[in-house]
Design a protein around this ligand. Structure first.
Ligand code: DOR
Length: 432
């Protein structure tokens, strides 16, 4: 029997208490628990949250191991406090068959840093023409429940309708990358004042909003579950608010970068700020923050999108879209949402752990820190500050838009089924 006693942790930011972890489960929670036979981890001053769950991660393997591997990506996840990640389907080959999703799951199990749940493609090769084998992926050993063509929009309304209908049979969800393709041809950044000044082709908000509006109506019509990836505009929040009030089964995510950064950063012409959907305006940032606070937006998801240097260190128009995010997510959320009084730590646990696990139908993750739950948790030092340095990160991607920023909150331990994947040695007091 292996036991760890975590002492003095502020569970969900509350009063200090102890947690006894035994054989991968939480055995007891309460002040003054006995340390007999247990390794002791001193969590005085630290906030304990359930292990974070990322519904939107690009691990790049198979096929783009030059950008990231399951090993490096999931190690980055652990460092960021995540105990589970959903791996997006835009790999090479695309994760559109049972064989590929099973391979991704196996690679995750072997790496052991975090639970890996593959996302299956909605359409064959992400080409938007023909539905992929959704049922076979759902029935496979990978047990896929989330399907997405992320990076591409399922823009054909008939295909989207069929996909929504199909996944009802196994309680799946379609995660839509909302981007009307004709309105965004060759688009480089948010359409607005900054794009006009820079002379870069604009990407209008309506290209996102029009697809979300259509899809919530479709989801309502067929009575199925829709999830909206990386919501970035004030108008999208308004549509989602309307749809939820109407009872549509829709959930939505926002990324850490859309909670903090604006299109003003593009004035540098530094492609580290090039991303899909693009960084928007300050008014949009305020609207997505408000949406996350009031529950219109259900979760934070990173859209961690590592790229090799040569794909980012080039002129803006030629650069790949995407930003890394796993190792900075919790700090950015603390900075943008907790330290501003918009979210409590308990709400952070909901938005970054319980709700994403629920949307992805992932059992054993996102459970409350209570006796009987799987021992998946993160300890964060909310008083610490650090300067983001991509060279120190576990991800192979160096494309962090937060580089050089001074951020609050440090993940000092991550525990996956009772086993630390990250543990600051200063916390360990004694071993049995
Ligand atoms: O910026 C992005 N990068 N957005 C996406 O939707 C895809 C992602 C990627 O795969 O690089």
């Amino acid at each position: 029997m292996s036991s760890t006693l975590v002492t003095g942790a502020r569970v969900l930011g509350g009063e200090p208490t102890d947690l006894l972890l035994t054989d991968g489960r939480i055995a007891a929670v309460g002040p003054g628990l006995s340390a007999e036979g247990a390794e002791v981890v001193d969590a005085t001053g630290l906030v304990a949250l359930p292990g974070l769950v990322d519904l939107h991660t690009h691990l790049r393997e198979p096929g783009r191991e030059d950008a990231e591997t399951v090993e490096t990506g999931t190690q980055a996840a652990a460092r960021g406090g995540f105990t589970a990640v959903f791996a997006m389907a835009n790999t090479f080959p695309v994760a559109d068959t049972a064989g590929v999703v099973e391979q991704v799951k196996r690679l995750g199990d072997e790496a052991g840093w975090a639970e890996v749940r593959p996302v299956g493609a909605v359409t064959v090769g992400l080409a938007g023409r023909q539905l992929a084998e959704l049922g076979a992926m759902a029935d496979s050993a990978a047990g896929v429940r989330v399907f997405s063509d992320d990076g591409h929009c399922v823009s054909d309304a008939v295909l989207m309708r069929r996909a929504l209908e199909y996944v009802k049979a196994f309680d799946g969800v379609i995660a839509q990358h909302a981007q009307e393709p004709r309105l965004t041809e060759d688009a480089q950044m948010n359409e607005g004042t900054v794009s006009a000044v820079l002379g870069l082709r604009g990407w209008p908000s309506v290209a996102e909003e029009a697809v979300i509006a259509r899809d919530v109506l479709l989801a309502d019509h067929v009575g199925s579950r829709l999830h909206v990836c990386h919501v970035s505009t004030a108008g999208s929040v308004e549509i989602l608010r309307w749809a939820k009030a109407r009872g549509v089964q829709v959930t939505a995510e926002v990324t850490p970068h859309h909670l903090l950064l604006t299109d003003e950063l593009a004035r540098s012409y530094d492609p580290v700020y090039k991303v899909n959907p693009p960084l928007r305006t300050q008014a949009d940032v305020e609207a997505v923050r408000e949406g996350l606070a009031d529950g219109t937006i259900d979760i934070v998801a990173t859209d961690h999108a590592p790229h090799p240097l040569e794909d980012k260190d080039c002129e803006w128009a030629a650069a790949a879209m995407g930003m890394t995010g796993l190792e900075t997510a919790l700090s950015v959320v603390q900075h943008a949402m907790v330290d501003t009084g918009l979210l409590t730590w308990a709400q952070v646990a909901d938005r970054m752990s319980a709700a994403p696990a629920r949307i992805g139908r992932l059992a054993g993750q996102g459970e409350p820190l209570a006796p009987g739950s799987a021992a998946n948790l993160v300890l964060v030092d909310p008083a610490a500050r650090w300067t983001v340095d991509p060279a120190q990160m576990a991800t192979s991607g160096r494309n962090s838009p937060f580089r050089g920023m001074d951020l609050p909150g440090r993940v000092v331990a991550t525990v996956l089924r009772g086993r630390p994947t990250v543990l600051d040695s200063h916390l360990v007091r004694s071993t049995p």
